[in-house]
Every structure is written in C-alpha cells, then in structure tokens.
Write a protein that binds this ligand. Sequence first.
Ligand SMILES: Nc1nc2c(ncn2[C@@H]2O[C@H](COP(=O)(O)OP(=O)(O)OP(=O)(O)O)[C@@H](O)[C@H]2O)c(=O)[nH]1
Ligand SMILES: [Mg+2]
Length: 482
Amino acid sequence: MSLFNALVSGVDAAAQAVRDASGQLVQPSVRVGITGLARSGKTVFATALVHHLTRGTSLPALRASAEGRLRRVNLAPQPDDDVPRFPIEDHLAALLEERRWPESTNRISELRLLIDYERKAGWRTGPSTLALDIVDYPGEWLLDLALLETDFPTWSAKTLERSRRPDRLAMASAWHAKLADADPLAAADEGVVRGLSESFKEYLAALRAGPEAVATTPPGRFLMPGDLAGSPALTFAPLALPRDRTTKPKTLAALMQRRFEAYKTHVVRPFFREHFQRIDRQIVLVDVLAAVDAGPAALAELEEALDSVLLAFRTGRNNFLSRIFSPRADRVLFAATKADHVHHMQHERLELLLRQLVARAVARTESQGARVGTIAIASVRATRETVIRDGLTQLRAIAGTPEAGERVGDEVFDGNTEAAIFPGELPESAEAVFAGEVPPGSLRFPRFRPPAVTVDAAGRVGRLPHIRLDRALEFLIGDHLA
Ligand SMILES: Nc1nc2c(ncn2[C@@H]2O[C@H](COP(=O)(O)OP(=O)(O)OP(=O)(O)O)[C@@H](O)[C@H]2O)c(=O)[nH]1
Ligand SMILES: [Mg+2]
C-alpha cells in the first residue's frame, strides 16, 4: 500500500473510494444478509427494498433520503461470480404486473446496488457511491451451525429422541419402521442409505407442514437443498446405534457417519466461511403472526429456532466455533413481517411479542458487541385500515383481497373480491400464548394478494406501499450513507 493509500484509508476507509496496491478502485461496500425461516418474507423484503431504492421513493425514516442526499440507485454486476443472482426482474414483474407474490426460493442469491449519494455537510461533503450487496439465504442454513460441534452418534441419538415425542410419533412412524429394519452394523448398502434418507426427509417435511409449522431440525439443506439436491453429502439419516456406539468399517453406520461428516465439511463449513462470515449487517425476518396463530408449540419452536439463529452471531465466545469462522456483522435487526395483517394499533404488541421471543438471544448477542434491534414491518402492504361496525361496537379492521381459496369462517374467497376482516386482538405477551390463553381460531390472518398498483396516463407504474421499510433500512445502512 502506498503512503497515499495508507493515509486515505487511515483517515476514512469506509467512506472514501481508495485504490489498492494494484491501482484498482476499491469501492466502499456494505453486505446486508436477509434471512429468516421458510416463508418468513425474505424475497418480498429484498424485492421491495430494491424497488424503492431504484425508483427513488421518498423514505422519510432513512435519513439520507429525508435529507435529499440520495442521487441515484442502479443495479450493478454482483461481486461473486459463483453465487446465483437474485432474479429481481422476475420478482418485480410478479408483484407489479401479475399482482402475485414471488415464487418460493430455496437457495442463496445475491444482488448489487450502487447508491450514488451526497455526503452529509461537513468536512467531507461531496458525491460518493456505496455498493450495497444484498444476500438472500434460508435461515434454516444457520441452524446447521450446531452440527459442527456434534458427531454422528450424538446427532443420531438426539434426533431420534426428539422424533419420539408423542406429538411427533405419527409423523415419524414410516421412518421409524424403516429404521427398525436397518441393522447399523450390516454391510453398507446404497439402496438402504437412500431409503432411510428419503424417509427421514419425509419426516422433516411433515414437521414443517405440521402444527408447529417451523422446521428447526437440522440438517437445514435437507428441505432446502439448493443446488446440492441428490448429492451424497445430502443422502444420510440418523441411525439407532448400539449402546457402545461402535461403527466398524464398511458398515451402514460407517457410511452414514462418513456422509454426515461430508455434509459438515462440504456444505456447512463453506457456507459459514464464504458467505455468513462476510455479512456486515443482518436482518432476520420472523413470521410472528403465523406462529402465534399456530399455537404454543409453534411459538416455542420458533423461540428455539431464533435462539439457534443468534448462536451463529455470537461464536466469539465459543472457542471451537471461533476457530472455524468469526462473524463480522455488527448490527442485527429482527423484523416481525406481514404487519399489514393487523391494524396499526396492534403493531406495538407485535413488536413486543417479537422482543420477548428473541430476548434471551438478544442479551447474549449484544454482549458480543453487536447492536440488535427489533421492528414490525410490512415489506409490501397488501391491506388498508377500516372499521367494521358490530352493533354498537366498532372493530378496528383491515381490508384487502384474500387469495383465491383462503377462508375466513364459512366464507371462501375467489382471489378477486375485497373483504374487510377483523383479525382479532394479539395477546399481550408470549407467555399468554404459552399458557394457552389464545383460543384456536380467535385470530384471522388470511393470505392477501399483493396490492394493485396504479398506472397513470403516461403508463408509469405506481409504487408498492410498505410499513416501516424505511426504518429498517436506516438501521441497516443509514450510517454508511452519512
Ligand atoms: N401481506 C403481506 N404478505 C407478505 C409480506 N411479505 C411476505 N408475505 C407473504 O409471505 C409469503 C412468503 O414471502 P417470501 O418473501 O416469498 O418469503 P421467503 O422467506 O422468501 O420464503 P421462501 O423463499 O419460501 O423461504 C408471500 O408469498 C406472501 O404471501 C408482506 O409484507 N405483507
Ligand atoms: Mg424466498
């Protein structure tokens, strides 16, 4: 590094474009990770973010926007050639032209935006450019971190034990039956391995579709394989091992153990090293409403999953994990999504529920030096507020177009009719849910279609409404635009 560069980067490495030793322009950049469990709203969040930044929407809570310092935001080629691109055009077309939500995704993807902005008045005023890299990846992958500290016999025993819980027995019965037929000490047979693995995956899928609604049983890639579907590293399953846990060479147990280790080496570690470790700012999206609606078991499962997610951000204290990677994310924002399903008078409660769910995990993460925030948002607001009169009482309700096939009470919607719906009152605390004080069916959160956007006489397409997306952005990148 030349003296000039050393001086420049020493003065303000983050805000100045500097040249590295080879004369290449080093662009200031910030990498924002967008994660959450399946269907939590990652893709919609990323799409809405790009939509508003590139369209120059006024975003009052994002200071650079409020102060009129955002000049222009453009898509740019992403920095990593080996990561799929976030298909922003398809997602925008779905929302704006077809009025439907983007397709579900099961792999990591990335997109780069170049934000031209004016620095704040002061000694380093003037135009600048920030590269904003957004990375959308399944939160289930973070749950795999715990596997790194586990060996095959321990993982097998724990996974089996959990599958024998009374509420899970029915879902696991087909897999348990296959397991009873398999002798761990018999010669390894690929057919048996595949059969067990398939059956185990069906159990995992049933868990996710079941009343608990969230899948927190690793391996995270079994239901979210990305490009690895069918590879040997994803073809294994727990075994009922003998008490002394012996695994002789060439046995079924030895092969399963080898695959389990391959999964850790070829799938889990590379993800943490090559992707997670490089994230500067992280947003974790949480569908609190769905979990509250699904009941105590789902909420407890969600709480546990969020705790595991945060484990990934506090490896500093864990000697074993910190040798493998050290995360650099210094801000983590937990966001309760789909807040447009309830009236704004309920938003405070929604955020409070989220805060209670992540409380334990947050305290530990903050002690690691990262700033943690919580917020209730709607990336795309699909409803508006209204009042339903019920005799003399007025109920604070929302109105939107429920998706075709959604039902509320006896009514089944056709996907084109608008309806006013009283979603019910959120409980005051997570404890109330755990105590069973929220009767099943007392909340109504049908899925709504995205809002219809206006098209003016000149053919210009209007903007997607949102709730507090700008506040989330300020938390995530506001300081980089100062
Ligand atoms: N009303 C409303 N619904 C939303 C919002 N964001 C997401 N949804 C709903 O949640 C579903 C899932 O959103 P996605 O963004 O696809 O979620 P994801 O986390 O990317 O899901 P996977 O890719 O399947 O893991 C959507 O299809 C919508 O039905 C929102 O802001 N408001
Ligand atoms: Mg997605």
